[in-house]
Design a binder for this molecule. Structure first.
Ligand code: HEM
Ligand SMILES: *[C@@H]1O[C@H](CO)[C@@H](O)[C@H](O)[C@H]1NC(C)=O
Ligand SMILES: *[C@@H]1O[C@H](CO)[C@@H](O)[C@H](O)[C@H]1NC(C)=O
Length: 362
């Protein structure tokens, strides 16, 4: 068991180097707009990327809309089963059939981003699937430290809305979450890798009294802080007068929310080592997230018919520092659930324990 886990972690680390080497030196075409790409069919996307950055992401910010665009790509794609009968996957049905999919309980708050994307999508000639998954790749690229996600172009229009009950909820057990991911084709390691997304995330509807409550202290940076902070001993709820809501558990910091599902996954023997391995391993996290997102964003698609337009995705700024414990915290506060891996030595931010400010709405 221990060896199986470690070798899976190692395989992810090796994938990191392969991903970088795959950025080949293939011949490029120069588009009418001046940018270069490996395939002329991708030229049509550069103006769309500019449109998305200006109109949706307030000028290339890693703000609420970028965060929500990433969440939207997950909620769209996960409506899929490798056994069939659960929707078209990464087909943009969540945007094209927003009136039906946004009513699902797990899609609480999603209408804000579908409402935001629809008028911009309609200015383009892209299918809903291409638009949703391009917007997610571009939004993620606005967050320093993120990997440059792939983008495959040419999804057909979605045929129907995805059925309800395909999207995991924070109140779900680890077994049911892992079963849902497995049904969509993802291993426990891949599920944990996808949860790196919660490093650029905040909740609006878990506790509707405190919209924009972040999951870690650095919601504008794609660092591994989420993987550290979810392991810290919980002390309070961010709600008014320490009030809690279903789906959250005690968080270590004022103003921060911890999802019950993130905490359970960090502690479960099936996933704890994958979780802990991400702490302060920026390159492992980037590579694992990139690989799992590449899979997620083409779920249900015939990839032989898609064109690789990854080079239209902006190159994210790097994050090269070591992460730190929030002020007043140290190793003694870590709830270690993976005894077979060493825990990294990290410095602590100086000063009193912080109150994490909310992520501003649009
Ligand atoms: C175990 C599976 C997951 C559960 C239970 C879960 C649950 C949640 C919940 C409850 C929220 C807050 C929603 C709100 O109140 O506004 C949220 C936010 C978010 N989730 Fe997840 N999530 C999961 C997996 C994922 C995955 C796989 C991704 C992407 C790859 C993702 C990306 C995000 C992002 C980016 C946000 C922040 C949205 C924003 O700030 O506007 N989540 N998630
Ligand atoms: C959309 O396609 C039409 C017809 O092919 C074309 O005239 C128009 O310029 C395209 N619009 C964009 C934004 O690419
Ligand atoms: C908040 O409430 C929880 C129980 O619901 C309790 O364990 C914790 O000590 C409280 N924290 C504060 C700071 O009041």
């Amino acid at each position: 068991m221990a060896f199986a886990r470690l070798s899976a972690i190692l395989a992810l680390a090796l994938a990191a180097t392969n991903v970088q080497a795959a950025a080949t030196t293939a011949k490029k075409v120069t588009c009418p707009t001046g940018q270069q790409t490996a395939n002329a069919a991708c030229c049509a996307l550069f103006p769309v990327v500019d449109l998305i950055q200006t109109q949706l992401f307030d000028g290339a910010e890693c703000g609420e809309e970028a965060h929500s665009a990433l969440r939207l790509s997950f909620h769209d794609a996960i409506g899929f089963s490798i056994h069939g009968g659960k929707g078209g996957g990464a087909d943009g049905s969540i945007l094209a059939f927003a009136d039906q999919e946004t009513i699902f309980h797990a899609n609480g708050g999603i209408d804000e981003i579908t409402d935001g994307q629809t008028p911009i999508w309609q200015q383009t000639n892209l299918t809903a699937g291409d638009f949703v998954h391009l917007a997610a790749a571009v939004g993620t690229a606005n967050c320093p430290g993120a990997p440059r996600l792939e983008f495959k172009f040419g999804r057909p229009a979605p045929k129907a809305p995805a059925p309800d009950k395909t999207i995991p909820e924070p109140t779900d057990s680890v077994s049911s979450i892992l079963a849902r991911f497995a049904d969509a084709g993802f291993s426990p390691a891949e599920a944990v890798a996808l949860l790196a997304s919660h490093t650029v995330a905040a909740a609006d509807v878990v506790d509707p009294n405190i919209p924009g409550t972040p999951f870690d202290s650095t919601p504008f940076t794609f660092d591994s802080q989420i993987f550290l902070e979810v392991l810290l001993k919980g002390r309070l709820f961010p709600g008014k007068n320490n009030a809690s809501a279903p789906g959250e558990v005690l968080s270590p910091l004022a103003g921060e929310m911890r999802l019950q599902s993130d905490f359970a996954i960090s502690q479960d023997p099936r996933t704890a080592c994958f979780w802990q391995a991400m702490v302060d391993d920026q390159l492992l996290m980037m590579a694992a997230f990139k690989a799992s997102m590449a899979k997620l964003q083409v779920l249900g698609q015939d990839t032989s018919k898609l064109v690789d337009c990854s080079d239209v995705v902006p190159v994210p700024k790097p994050f090269t520092q070591q992460i730190k414990y929030p002020a007043t915290f140290s190793k003694k506060d870590v709830q270690i659930a993976c005894p077979i891996l060493p825990f990294p030595n990290l410095a602590t931010v100086a000063g009193p324990a912080p109150t994490v400010p909310p992520v501003p709405g649009s």
